[in-house]
Each structure stands twice: as C-alpha cells, then as structure tokens.
Design a protein around this ligand. Sequence first.
Ligand SMILES: [Zn+2]
Ligand SMILES: [Zn+2]
Length: 125
Amino acid sequence: MARPSHVRDSVRALLESSDRHDWSIEDLQAGVLETGLSADYSSVFRAVNWLERRGVIDEVALGDSRVRYELAGRHHDHVRCDECGTVSSLPDCLLERAEGRVEKGTGFAVTGHRLLFSGLCPACR
Ligand SMILES: [Zn+2]
Ligand SMILES: [Zn+2]
C-alpha cells in the first residue's frame, strides 16, 4: 500500500491536471490507481480529508448525495447538465451582493453560499 503522503501528492496532482469540478472519491481513486500507486478507497478518502482541512481542495455541492471535490481557488458557482451531468463554472458570482441582504434580514454573519444552476449543456441542448 502506498504511503499516505504519496497518495496525497497523487490526488493533488490529479486535481491540478484538470479543470473538473466534480471529482468523486471513486474517480480520484481510479486516477491514483492509474498512476501505478496502490491505494484503497479509505486511503484516498483520508488523503482528500487531509487536503480539504488544509484548504487545498473544496467540497462541491451538486444537488445529489455524492460528495465531490475540486481544486480550491477563487469562489465560483456551477451549472450542471440534467442530461449528461457535465459541470461548468460560471464566470461571475451572482450572489455576492445578496449576502449583504441575507445578513440584514437574518442577523447571520454569512460565510459563503452554494448555488447550482441546472439545464442542458451545449452538446445536449
Ligand atoms: Zn468549480
Ligand atoms: Zn457565488
């Protein structure tokens, strides 16, 4: 079994090598195995948690029960295709100004939001 630091490096390299927004643990494990490292689900799961705690990767909420991840970076929101599941990012955040209204209306200190549009991607529409 590969060392934890090697699994973490491999997971990180995978995320950095693509602009996908919807990596599941299973996808990451498959990618790690392709590089020739032996890593079971739980070692990939631990690597993902380690990277998330350090702010290297972010969890992405896509409206289903599976947890997905992407490389952490500038905040952006997502749109997902109802037909094929392709996920893209929006160029600008539409909700930055709404956060002020949420704070005014609720007294909460807003720390973030999750917004997901759905529709048909250019290939499916
Ligand atoms: Zn994203
Ligand atoms: Zn946003």
